[in-house]
Design a protein around this ligand. Structure first.
Ligand code: OAD
Length: 235
């Protein structure tokens, strides 16, 4: 199904990082447990109680130091190295794809490792010990207050024009570890299909949009991806 010339777009979600020990969102013990989404993942929540939101994200930022990429992240690097046209779009805000070695990567929901100035929008990676505490931090350019570099509900996902262009040009679209609940990412499958791409889903449970994939493989990304990608890259 895949040769070196095949143009591939991959979408990943929380499921690909689950085997690294990061909880997914919609599990019974998921990341949102104990928090209302509106409280910690909306601009209104940040305005109402910035300290609560800051502490929530600082805890998630500290967690990055304790987790490592798994075989699923690593297999996607082998695939990228094998292909001439490859884009990885992730909904994940962790940095496990880039730590595994992925290069052509878009974080459409932002990045935990970075903070953004509320005043001048300057973005900076800040992961030293002094950046991971409960005290607010200021921008190195203008002294404005920094906020998480995260796309909250009611905010625009990042780099959408590039993603849409890639979806319109790809031959194969693969969604991995995502429940298909959150738009616009859940719509990428339909956008790729509309342009004639072959579509594949890989997920532990059947996602919301399972019936629209040409192929669906049920199981763990860290087990399925190394096998599949080894087969594709050796042929
Ligand atoms: P979800 O928590 O909604 O879904 C994770 C999916 O991964 C579920 O369907 C699981 O069955 C599957 N899964 C779990 N372990 C897996 C494994 N080892 N291998 C393969 N699949 C596995 O997470 P997302 O779909 O990523 O947005 O959620 C999308 C967005 O909703 C997130 O980016 C976040 C959230 O609200 C924002 O914060 C803006």
């Amino acid at each position: 199904m895949i040769s070196k010339q095949t143009n591939v777009v991959i979408l990943t979600g929380a499921g690909i990082s689950a085997e690294s020990g990061i909880r997914t969102f919609r599990d019974s013990n998921g990341l949102w447990e104990n928090h209302r989404i509106e409280e910690v993942a909306t601009p209104e929540g940040w305005q109402a109680n910035p300290q609560l939101v800051w502490n929530f994200y600082q805890q998630r930022r500290r967690q990055l130091l304790e987790v490592k990429p798994n075989q699923g992240h690593e297999a996607l690097v082998s695939l990228e190295n094998h292909l001439q046209n490859f884009l990885l779009v992730t909904q994940n805000v962790d940095d496990l794809h880039e730590r595994a070695g992925s290069k052509n990567l878009i974080h459409m929901h932002g990045e935990l490792a970075k903070l953004r100035c509320e005043v001048c929008s300057h973005v900076e990676e800040m992961m030293e010990d002094e950046h991971l505490q409960e005290t607010f931090l200021s921008c190195s350019k203008c002294e404005g207050r920094l906020r998480p570099h995260i796309v909250w509900f009611n905010e625009m996902p990042m780099q959408m024009p590039e993603i849409e262009k890639a979806l319109s040009e790809c031959d194969v679209f693969i969604a991995i570890g995502t429940s298909g609940h959150v738009y616009p990412a859940a719509n990428f499958l339909h956008m790729a299909r509309r342009h004639g791409a072959h579509t594949m889903g890989i997920n532990l449970d059947p996602p919301e949009n399972v019936y629209f994939f040409d192929e669906f493989i049920q199981g763990k990304a860290g087990e399925i991806l190394p096998m599949l990608i080894e087969k594709w890259t050796q042929s």
